[in-house]
Design a protein around this ligand. Sequence first.
Ligand code: URA
Length: 259
Amino acid sequence: MESQDYHAAMAALAWQIELGVDECIGDAPINRYEVPAAVAKPAPVAAPAPAAQASAPPVPAQEVDAVAIARAAAEAAQDLEGLRAAMAAFEHCDLKKGARNLVFSDGVPGARVMIIGEAPGRDEDREGRPFVGRAGQLLDRMLGAIELDRASSVYITNVLPWRPPQNRDPKPEEIAMMQPFLRRHIALANPDVLVVVGNHACQALLGKRGITRLRGEWTEAEGKPALPMFHPAYLLRTQAAKREAWADLLSLKARLRDG
Ligand code: URA
C-alpha cells in the first residue's frame, strides 16, 4: 500500500472510532445513499405551501430543554420498570445512538445498599448490565469481603445508562441531562445507604470531585447517607489504594450493622 493510502486509511479509521464504531459488520462497504429506491423508500412529499405562506420568514426551531424533558419523564415514573421504560424512550442524549444496550441496573431492587458507578464500558454495553467487566469482578470481590453480593444484598446502577464512545469521560452536559433519572432511580429503589464510586458519580450526586479527599467520609446525597469510594477500575490500576478501599468497606459494614 502506498504510504499516502496508508495514512488516509488510518485517518478514516480514527474518524470512525471517534464516531463510536467498534466492530466490523461486513467485508464490503455499502454506500447507503446508493441503495435502490425500492429499498430506500423516498420520504413522502409534503403538500406545497399556500402562496401566501411561501415568502413567510422561517420559524426558528424550538430549542429543546433536554434536562426539563428528562425531569418530567423521570418524575412521571411510578416504579423501577416505569423508570427503565422512560429512560429507554428518552431520545435527547446522543450516547444512546452509539450504544448497543441501555444499562439500567443489576442486583436486588430494594436492597439496603445502592452502588452508583459512572457509565457502562464495553462489556456492560454488550450485556446490558452494570459492572460485569474486570472492574465489576473486582467490585464483586470487594462486596464479598464484607458478605454482600449482587444476588442478594446490593443494587447497582450508573450515572449514565449508555456507554460513552471509547470509554471517554462523561461530559458535564450528559451528566446533567441524565441526573433527573438517577435521582428518581434512588428515590424508587429507596436504599438505606448509597455507595458513590469514583469522581463522576461524586460529581453527579455530591456536586464535587476529588475522590482522594472525599472517600471514606460519610456524607449525604438525595437524603441518604452516602459513602464515596475509589472506583474499582482505579483500584485495578493502583494497588496502593486498596488499603483505603478496605477501610471504606469496613466502614460500610459497620454502618449496616449499626444502622
Ligand atoms: N465502570 C462503571 O462505572 N460502571 C460500570 O458499569 C462499569 C464500569
